[in-house]
Design a binder for this molecule. Structure first.
Ligand code: SF4
Ligand code: SF4
Length: 76
């Protein structure tokens, strides 16, 4: 369901709000490693990935204040 989200890694600040809110929404507590979205850095490149467990709820988008996550057309 991560395919509902359009990603702009070049805008990502690695604040990890998305991982925090995903774990809170889906498990009821903050645990970034449990999130269905994962932000990582390899050299200068930031990578944004979704696990197969992503439910497509789009909560992560609401809490990304830097424009790195946007809904794909039809999922706004
Ligand atoms: S909330 Fe947005 S800016 Fe922050 S880590 Fe997630 S994708 Fe990057
Ligand atoms: S769409 Fe929902 S389930 Fe998927 S990564 Fe974002 S907050 Fe988590």
């Amino acid at each position: 369901m991560g395919d509902r989200v359009r990603v702009h890694p070049e805008k990502c600040t690695m604040c990890l709000y998305c991982q925090l809110v995903c774990s809170l929404k889906n498990y009821g507590f903050f645990s970034p490693p449990k999130a269905m979205i994962k932000i990582s850095r390899l050299g200068n490149e930031i990578n944004i990935e979704f696990s197969s467990k992503c439910k497509g709820c789009l909560e992560c988008i609401k809490w990304c204040f830097y424009g790195a996550l946007k809904p794909k057309k039809g999922f706004a």
